[in-house]
Design a protein around this ligand. Structure first.
Ligand code: NAP
Ligand code: 8YV
Length: 314
């Protein structure tokens, strides 16, 4: 059977399916990389990884017979796809099958911020409700102006999922899309015009710190930031300053600059809702993502092609 290197976590059903087609090697079990690259490296034609772990550049450079990198996730900023394409290595990912789940996570974070879910839940648990009376009022999500940074597969699903709250939707991307929402060419202008800003672009150099101190200040003291894209898209130091000073109202975050490390100052704030990068992390959606990432590997064994290659490899 052909040899597959698995980087990062996979589910037991994925492992079972992979085990019937490949001889499996686990990156986490390699103790001597130099020796492993000499002894096993030349056999490795396929890698299964994820959007967080990616493929370390040294490892990719050391695998001379690598043919395919299948990413168990849609974001592939941790994989050097341009270098892969240059070497004729196909990189695939899992677009579309997670749109609805990630969009639900964005709506969950937005609602949790607006309705102070964590504060009020703690109010009941602590016994303060009985001791201190009714909880303070919160804000309504109805009829808000929501700006979406990134209007691709997931951004469009977020806009659709927000419809029951009757929002006015604005969006910012590099080029306008064929969608029934208002395009704004400047992110700072959009932030000034909206009540909440939701980030759902890819990560990587092109989007690093797009949401900077100026954008956060434009969003303002009554504004809410939701980030379900990549931590690198938001200047986290500026975000913490803004949330601490009150120049930004609230933030709901699924992603962070140095995951899984989350700064103590951010964790101490009362006006944030923090999730451990679980935008797509349900049994159902991870099964669909897992199956697509494996289907890509099996297709490559059969035809030498991938089913859902990233744009650089199309
Ligand atoms: P997609 O369909 O490729 O959409 C990306 C959107 O971002 C496009 O509308 C694109 O428009 C825009 N964009 C790209 N670069 C930009 C820039 N520099 N400035 C402004 N807009 C820019 O991707 P998708 O499937 O929706 O996924 C988006 C990202 O979500 C993934 O890459 C991943 O990082 C993240 N994600 C996170 C989770 C999670 O668990 N939290 C789960 C899944 C995905 P233009 O090209 O016109 O600019
Ligand atoms: C996954 C993601 O958590 O698809 C993505 O881009 O960020 C998430 O769905 C990640 O890929 C790890 O599997």
């Amino acid at each position: 059977m052909p040899d597959l290197l698995i980087i990062g976590d996979v589910t037991p059903p994925m492992l079972e399916r992979l085990g019937s087609a490949f001889t499996i090697h686990r990156y986490s079990e390699i103790s001597n990389m130099e020796g492993w690259l000499k002894e096993i490296g030349p056999q490795i034609g396929h890698i299964l990884t994820n959007g967080h772990d990616g493929v370390p550049p040294d490892l990719m450079a050391g695998l001379e017979n690598l043919k395919m990198i299948s990413c168990y996730g849609v974001g592939y900023d941790a994989i050097d796809a341009a270098e892969a394409a240059r070497r004729g290595i196909i990189v695939t990912h899992t677009p579309n099958v997670l749109n609805a789940e990630v969009a639900s996570t964005a709506v969950l974070l937005l609602l949790a911020c607006y309705r102070e879910l964590l504060r009020d839940e703690a109010y009941v648990r602590s016994g303060d409700w009985a001791k201190k009376g009714n909880a303070a009022l919160t804000r309504s999500l109805d009829n808000q102006t929501i700006g979406i940074l990134g209007m691709g597969r997931i951004g469009q699903e977020i806009a659709r999922k927000l419809e029951p709250w009757s929002p006015t939707i604005l969006y910012h991307t590099r080029s306008p899309k064929d969608v029934p929402y208002q395009y704004v060419g400047s992110l700072e202008e959009m932030a000034a015009d909206c009540d909440a800003l939701i980030c759902i672009t890819p990560g990587g150099d092109a989007t690093r710190h797009l949401v900077n101190a100026k954008v956060l200040s434009a969003l303002g003291s009554k504004g809410t930031l939701v980030n379900v894209s990549r931590g690198s898209v938001v200047d986290e130091a500026a975000l913490i300053d803004a949330l601490e000073s009150g120049s930004l109202g609230w933030a709901g975050l699924d992603v962070f600059e140095e995951e899984p490390e989350v700064p103590e100052r951010l964790r101490a704030l009362p006006n944030v809702v923090l999730l451990p990068h679980v935008g797509s992390a349900t049994v159902e959606t991870r099964a669909a993502m897992g199956n697509l990432s494996i289907d890509n590997l099996l297709e490559h064994l059969k035809s030498g092609q991938g089913l859902t290659p990233v744009p650089e490899c199309q």
